[in-house]
Design a protein around this ligand. Structure first.
Ligand code: PLP
Length: 465
C-alpha cells in the first residue's frame, strides 16, 4: 500500500475529527459568512508527484479556497431556488460517502441498497400526499435530469403511439410537444432527446398577471394537431411567480385527447406539505410523470432530485433506459434494477440524505419549513408593496418574490450593488418584458430577522446608489 494512504488509514480518527471540526466551524459561522465574494483570483496549481495526505490537503484547501465559499446554504441566499441542508440530511450525505454503495438492485447478493432508495421514494410520496403504489421513482442529480428522465419515457410513449420504437429506431417524423411556461431545463431536455428545442409548441398563458397555461388555447392547439398524440409539459410552480397550471382542467382534457402529461414540480411539489396551499396541486396524482427536486425545498445537499413515472408505463421506461440489448423477460419490476430505469448506471446512495431528513423531521418538520418559507416571502413582499421605490410584479403565490424598481432600468445595477454587500443574495430575471429580481425562500434556517437584515441591506444599497 502507498505510504501516504497507509498513514491516512491509520489516522482516520484524526482525519474525520478534523473534518467534523471544519464542518462545525462552517455551519455555526454561516450567519456571518458573506453571500457573495469579490476577490475571485485563485492561481491554479499543478499536480505534484508526491502528495501531502488528507490532513495537509484539508489545510491547503482551507487556506486557498475558504475565501471563495459563499453562504449559499445559509439563511439569506435567496438566489435561484437554493435550498439548504438539514442536520440529518448532512448525516445522510456523509454516510452515503462512507458507505460508498453503488445503488442498483433490490435483490441479489451484492449491493442491494436500492431497497433504501425505494423506501425513500415511498416516504416522499407519503410526505407529498401522492399514492404509494402508483409511481416508480428514483433519484437523479437534479430536476434537469429528472425532466430528462421523464421526457425520455414520454418520448418512448409518443413513438409507440405513432407506431415505432424511438429508443431503437431514433426519432423518425415530427413529434409534438406543447407547453406554456416550461422551465429552461425541460427545453434543454427536449434538445438532448432529439425533439429539437425550437419545435416546442408554445401555448398561451392565462390573461391577467399569470404564467399558468391558458387551457382554451391549449385545446385550440390540440385540435390543430388533428388527433396526433403529443406530450404536454405542465408547470407545478413556475420559477418567476410560482404559478401553477390548472391540473384538474388538464385532467378533463386528458379524458378527451391522447397525450402524455408531464409535470415539472421541482419545488412547487412541496406546496403539498402546507395544508393551505396543497390545493394548488389538486389532480396531480394523475400525471404520467413528475419531476421533483430534493436539493431545493427538501433541504438536502446538492445533487439530489427524483422522478416519478406511472408504474403502468414501466415497459416504456425500461425500453428507454435498458442497459443491454438482451431481450427482456417477464415484468421488469420483478427483477428490478435501477440501471434499466434511469440514465446513469453506477450511482451513489443518493437517497440517504433524504431518508435521514424525512425520518428526522417527519411531515410536521416539512410543513414548518414550507410554511416558514412562505411566511418569509410574504414578509418581504409586504415591505416591497409599502415601498415608494420598489414595485411588486406579481402576487406572492408561494415562496418567491418577483419585484423591480419603479425605475426599472436601474434594477440590475441595484441588484449587483446589493449582492456585493454579501448580506443577502438574489438573482436577476425578466418578467413580462421587465427587468426584475427574484428572491426565492427555500431554506429551513431563514427567520424573520433574516428578512429584516435583508431589507436593511436593500435600504442601505438604495441610499448609496
Ligand atoms: C430548479 C428547477 C429545475 C432544474 O433543476 P436542477 O435541480 O437545477 O437541475 C427544473 N424545473 C424547475 C421548475 C426548477 O425550479
Amino acid at each position: 500500500m502507498n505510504e501516504l494512504l497507509k498513514k491516512d488509514l491509520n489516522e482516520l480518527d484524526l482525519i474525520l475529527n478534523q473534518v467534523k471540526a471544519e464542518g462545525l466551524e462552517f455551519l455555526t459561522g454561516i450567519n456571518n459568512r458573506p453571500t457573495s465574494i469579490s476577490n475571485q483570483e485563485i492561481a491554479y496549481q499543478h499536480l505534484e508527484e508526491q502528495g501531502t495526505g488528507a490532513i495537509h490537503a484539508l489545510a491547503e484547501f482551507k487556506s486557498r479556497f475558504d475565501q471563495i465559499i459563499v453562504a449559499s446554504t445559509g439563511p439569506r441566499y435567496w438566489g435561484f431556488v437554493t435550498g439548504g441542508s438539514t442536520p440529518a440530511a448532512i448525516v445522510g450525505d456523509w454516510l452515503a460517502t462512507v458507505y460508498d454503495q453503488n445503488t442498483q438492485t433490490i435483490k441479489g447478493q451484492g449491493d442491494i441498497s436500492a431497497i433504501i432508495e425505494l423506501e425513500t421514494v415511498r416516504l416522499l410520496l407519503q410526505l407529498l400526499g401522492l399514492p404509494d403504489d402508483a409511481y416508480l421513482g428514483g433519484f437523479v442529480t437534479g430536476a434537469t435530469m429528472s425532466n430528462f428522465t421523464c421526457l425520455a419515457v414520454a418520448r418512448q410513449w409518443l413513438g409507440k403511439q405513432n407506431g415505432y420504437d424511438i429508443a431503437k429506431e431514433g426519432i423518425s417524423g415530427k413529434l409534438k410537444v406543447l407547453s406554456a411556461t416550461p422551465h429552461s431545463s425541460s427545453v434543454k431536455s427536449l434538445a438532448l432527446l432529439g425533439f429539437g428545442s425550437q419545435n416546442l409548441i408554445k401555448v398561451k398563458v392565462m390573461p391577467g398577471n399569470r404564467e399558468a397555461m391558458d387551457l382554451q388555447d391549449l385545446e385550440k392547439q390540440i385540435l390543430e394537431l388533428n388527433g396526433a398524440p403529443f406530450i404536454l409539459i405542465s408547470s407545478g410552480g413556475t420559477v418567476n411567480t410560482v404559478d401553477f397550471d390548472d391540473f384538474e382542467g388538464i385532467l378533463k382534457l386528458k379524458e378527451k385527447y391522447n397525450f402524455w402529461w408531464h409535470m415539472d414540480a421541482a419545488f412547487g411539489a412541496f406546496a403539498a406539505c402546507a395544508p393551505a396551499y396543497s390545493h394548488l396541486l389538486k389532480g396531480w396524482e394523475q400525471a404520467d410523470s413528475i419531476t421533483i427536486d430534493c436539493h431545493k425545498w427538501l433541504n438536502v445537499p446538492y445533487e439530489n432530485a427524483f422522478f416519478l413515472v406511472k408504474k403502468e408505463h414501466r415497459l416504456l421506461q425500461m425500453e428507454s433506459f435498458q442497459n443491454s440489448n438482451a431481450p427482456y423477460l417477464g415484468d421488469p419490476l420483478e427483477n428490478f434494477n435501477y440501471l434499466n430505469f434511469l440514465p446513469e448506471n453506477s450511482r451513489r446512495l443518493k437517497a440517504l440524505p433524504a431518508w435521514f431528513s424525512l425520518k428526522a423531521y417527519g411531515t410536521k418538520g416539512y410543513q414548518d419549513i414550507v410554511e416558514g418559507c412562505i411566511a418569509r416571502a410574504m414578509e418581504l413582499a409586504a415591505f416591497i408593496e409599502k415601498s415608494d421605490v420598489f414595485e411588486l410584479l406579481a402576487p406572492v403565490r408561494l415562496n418567491t418574490v418577483c419585484f423591480t424598481l419603479k425605475e426599472e432600468e436601474q434594477v440590475f445595477e441595484f441588484l449587483s450593488a446589493l449582492n456585493a454587500k454579501g448580506i443577502v443574495f438574489m438573482t436577476p430575471t425578466v418578467y413580462r418584458g421587465k427587468q426584475a429580481v427574484r428572491a426565492a425562500f427555500v431554506n429551513w434556517r431563514t427567520t424573520e430577522n433574516d428578512v429584516l437584515m435583508a431589507i436593511d441591506s436593500m435600504e442601505q444599497t438604495l441610499r448609496e446608489f
